[in-house]
Design a protein around this ligand. Structure first.
Ligand code: NAD
Length: 395
């Protein structure tokens, strides 16, 4: 059995998810981590949390990711660091010949994504992007329904994204600044834009946006120079009564965008970070019917209408069973798929070109909303890149 040695860049936060890849009995072993910082205070709220050296006593932990990438023994690198690190760290790992699992959003600019794609193409190093929503049971059920043809050709897709933890997660640390994320259409919306592209069978070719920062800019801030951290707490509501937010907030707290896809269909994505409840609510409308998810994870439903009638009386109701594990049970299957891709060339749900195109729509929608709401055309990729990634990175 071939053995694969794994290095994780950014070992806390989302890096804890990468630890699931440590499967010595299957030949995958975490041997190194790189992180310039110590664990966050909030990590200790996780039941059973262990710091990296406790979890992997035989592994090495360094501060500089370049030391990890230079380690010739390492075959696989997980890039789990903040968004603004992705381009530099993924390119370095690909150049060093490592197979790379890169968290979404792929990068914070279109140029950054294209540099990563071109590096993967030139070096032949395998690239996989952590779009775990492509493994969500509700999303997979809607895809199955659409692919069956029962609701006809999809012409229209809408997503309303209620983010009730926006004030916990995105306005207290690095997420709150455009220089680190571009904006929350990438940090959160890259997932949903990608799901809409996937289920509607096409990518956005044109996008227009409106967005605003109108709530978190009025909340209490932590002092300039103090350290920020996300602070998850179900009781934090309503937002205007809260404090401890970043001294600099220049990302929008609600975003509304419209997309024209290259197959003629149209879509909208609406995101709000100060709702009391949380859900990604998608609907796709075809020439013969409509599908919608009611709840997005755990015990949720997918409704289908194929005749005229009341919204309260769908023609089919699929009751989905809760799946164990983080992110609605999607985090384990995405790691399975990545390891199978690296070891056996397995087909993946998540294609790097799709990840780039979700970032491209988000970047240009932010540009549109910040520059007079003028529609923006998405630049196309070179045909050889499209062919290489469509062919599952085989030449
Ligand atoms: N797919 C998902 O469902 C999902 C969920 C959460 C986060 N994410 C993504 O994961 C990434 C990390 O997000 P997070 O919420 O864990 O952030 P975070 O700030 O909580 O944690 C980031 C980690 O990276 C480390 N780090 C910071 N700068 C670094 C550097 N220069 N080099 C190496 N490590 C560095 C931090 O110390 C920390 O351990 C982001 O890109 C985010 O979009 C994805």
């Amino acid at each position: 059995m071939k053995k694969y040695k794994i290095g994780i860049i950014g070992v806390y936060g989302r890096g804890i998810h990468a630890c699931q890849a440590h499967r010595p009995e299957q030949g995958f072993e975490v041997v190194m981590g790189a992180d310039p910082f110590d664990a966050h205070p909030r990590n200790y709220q996780i039941p059973g949390f262990k710091k990296f050296p406790e979890r992997f006593p035989d592994a090495t932990l360094v501060k500089d990711y370049r030391e990890l990438v230079a380690n010739k023994d390492i075959d696989i690198v997980f890039v789990m660091s903040p968004d603004y690190c992705h381009e530099e760290q993924a390119v370095a790992a690909l150049e060093a010949g490592k197979a790379v699992y890169l968290e979404k959003p792929m990068a914070i600019s279109i140029e950054g994504c294209d540099r990563i794609l071109r590096t993967a193409y030139r070096t032949g190093s395998k690239l996989f992007i952590g779009h775990n929503m492509r493994y969500f049971p509700a999303v997979l059920k809607m895809k199955e329904i659409i692919d069956s043809g029962i609701i006809g050709d999809i012409q229209c897709g809408w997503c309303r994204h209620f983010v009730n933890y926006g004030g916990d997660a995105y306005f207290r640390d690095w997420h709150s600044e455009q220089k680190n994320t571009c904006g929350l259409l990438l940090q959160k919306g890259a997932h949903d834009i990608d799901v809409m592209h996937w289920l509607m069978g096409a990518y956005s070719k044109r996008v227009v946006g409106m967005g605003m920062l109108s709530v978190y800019n009025r909340c209490g801030r932590r002092p300039e120079g103090s350290e920020g951290s996300a602070a998850w707490n179900e009781n934090q509501y309503p937002p205007l009564e809260l404090d401890g937010f970043s001294p600099i907030i220049d990302v929008e707290d609600h975003n509304m965008i419209m997309m024209q896809l290259d197959n003629g269909a149209q879509a909208t994505y609406m995101q709000c970070h100060y709702t009391p409840d949380a859900e990604r609510n998608y609907t796709f409308i075809g020439t013969k019917g409509r599908v919608e998810n009611i709840g997005d994870s755990g015990k949720c439903q997918v409704h289908v209408w194929t005749r005229r009638g009341s919204r309260q009386e769908p023609d089919i109701i699929y009751q989905l069973k809760p799946v164990e594990g983080s992110h609605g049970g999607a985090d384990a299957p995405i790691i399975d798929n990545f390891l199978d891709f690296v070891a056996n060339g397995a087909k993946t749900n998540a294609n790097p070109v799709a990840a780039r195109n979700s970032v491209a729509a988000g970047v240009l929608a932010h540009y549109s909303m910040r520059n007079g709401n003028i529609p923006q055309d998405i630049p196309q990729l070179e045909p050889e890149l499209l062919e290489y990634f469509a062919n599952n990175q085989q030449r």
